[in-house]
Design a binder for this molecule. Structure first.
Ligand code: LLP
Length: 441
């Protein structure tokens, strides 16, 4: 978080709030959001895209009512991909015209809920969905604005599970196979649908503009093709090109992502040149950052429960530090082999320094009943680490709470926001009673 610092007593404060006090008040594991950090990243993207409404915060990274309110107040738009995310947006009174609804298998009920809520744009992902939404909109007597999601065939250099624009995956209409052009034809023939642009999302945790540039070129190439087939009127209608999310963040000191403005300026410049070259009007370029807004400003606080040294042979030892959460609140290490960093935050420490006297190479693990339950694979922690110490894992604001589970019937952690020296509970800790409430026999 931008507003975290280690005070002279060694204790870390976030936005002026002592982490020990947070742990005492709210318990651990605990997600702590630096509110000013989150909002400043919204503002940075708003500036880079030249218009806050062109930045669609990707809810899937993390959404709760208060987050939706922050995003709304910053003037950003909201990308949702389920009826559940829509329900939270509605609870926050998020302006529906600034919501974009994604997904490869939205149910009829979800489409109806979106149409009834007045969701601004729905991103079409299959031929079945074009027919389905066309029906729903007609039944409700409205004309629904839509984007067509195009699979541009880019290999994003990221983990296989989070790359989305190569051909062999489930999202979008293939450009190469001509499906995207066919999707546009069908939408144009559906009187209850109004095509307002094209969409592409190439993947996640991306550190350079190359993939986005290829995607932008191909989308513009498609617009040029469509212009030949349907005339200039259609080109005017395709006023938005949404290039999706995927802007990478630093999880450890070894990551070095470019500042958002740099990448986005580069992409917009390419689009401008390509359009000029093709004699097309320059569309509005929208994006959908999730991780880059929500990720960096949040830490997870854990309490250390046990410390165990395991002999690896040849005098080597691995120190296993067990904390009170794990893969149920952060599945990313187990699922994507993601790298995280952590620090002792409740007292003075020189941790994080490899090979330093008094530092032990450690593995931070959770409390779940499987050995893959690793939170931080390798980090240097003080030799004196003991039960009761608090550890903070950095950059856990995206895809940690939102992918949390009740594995081993572990209740989900609480989430607090800190700002100007005070803390506010956003999501209370789940209880056993919450889980037992689902039991009906
Ligand atoms: N737009 C669309 C259409 C998306 O599918 C996604 C992410 C985003 C925007 C936001 O991407 P971001 O800016 O947050 O990278 N669970 C994985 C990430 C999956 C991302 C899925 N789609 C992880 O923990 O890394």
């Amino acid at each position: 978080p931008r507003n975290a610092y280690r005070a002279p007593d060694g204790v870390v404060r976030i936005a002026g709030v002592d982490v020990r006090e947070l742990a005492r008040t709210y318990g651990t594991p605990l997600f702590v959001i630096d509110e000013a950090d989150f909002k400043s990243r919204c503002a940075e993207y708003a500036e880079a895209f030249d218009d806050p409404a062109l930045v669609h915060y990707a809810s899937k990274a993390f959404l709760c009512t208060e987050i939706a309110r922050w995003v709304a107040a910053q003037g950003l738009s909201l990308d949702i991909c389920s009826g559940g995310e829509l329900a939270i947006a509605q609870r926050a009174d998020f302006p529906p015209e600034r919501i974009t609804f994604h997904g490869n298998n939205k149910s009829t009920a979800e489409l109806e809920a979106a149409v009834e809520a007045g969701v601004g744009t729905i991103v079409l992902d299959s031929f079945f969905e074009i027919a389905r939404l066309s029906d729903v909109a007609a039944r409700h007597g409205i004309t629904q604005k839509v984007l067509v999601r195009v699979t541009v065939g880019v290999e994003a250099h990221t983990h296989e599970f989070i790359a989305t624009a190569h051909e062999d995956q489930k999202f979008g209409f293939s450009l190469a196979a001509g499906n995207a052009a066919e999707a546009v034809r069908r939408v144009l023939n559906a009187p209850s649908l109004e095509l307002v642009g094209l969409h592409s999302h190439i993947g996640s945790q991306i550190f350079d503009a190359d993939g986005f540039e290829v995607a932008a070129r191909r989308v513009i190439g498609l617009i040029a093709e469509l212009a030949k087939e349907h005339g200039d009127e259609l080109v005017q209608q395709l006023s938005t090109v949404d290039l999706g999310g995927g802007f990478g963040i630093a999880y450890t000191d070894r990551d070095n992502p470019p500042p958002p403005a740099q990448m986005i300026t580069q992409i917009r410049e390419i689009v401008r040149k390509e359009c000029e070259f093709a004699g097309l009007p320059v569309p509005r370029i929208a994006g959908e950052p999730g991780r880059a807004i929500a990720g960096p400003g949040t830490v997870t606080l854990y309490e250390v429960g046990t410390v165990k040294d395991v002999a690896l042979g040849d005098d080597a030892v691995r120190r296993y530090v067990s904390v009170d959460g794990g893969m149920s609140d952060n599945i990313r290490t187990a699922l994507y082999d993601a790298a995280y960093d952590c620090r002792l935050v409740s007292r003075a420490s020189d941790d994080g320094q490899p090979q330093q006297v008094g530092a032990a190479l450690s593995r931070v693990v959770g409390k779940h009943c499987e050995s893959g339950d690793i939170v931080v694979r390798d980090c240097w922690l003080p030799d004196t680490l003991a039960p009761g110490d608090l550890l903070a894992v950095a950059a856990t604001g995206a895809y940690c709470y939102s992918m949390a589970s009740n594995y081993n019937r572990q209740p989900r952690p609480a989430v607090v926001a800190v700002r100007n020296g005070s803390a506010r509970l956003l999501l209370r800790r789940e209880t056993n009673e919450d889980m037992l409430r689902l039991e009906v026999s």
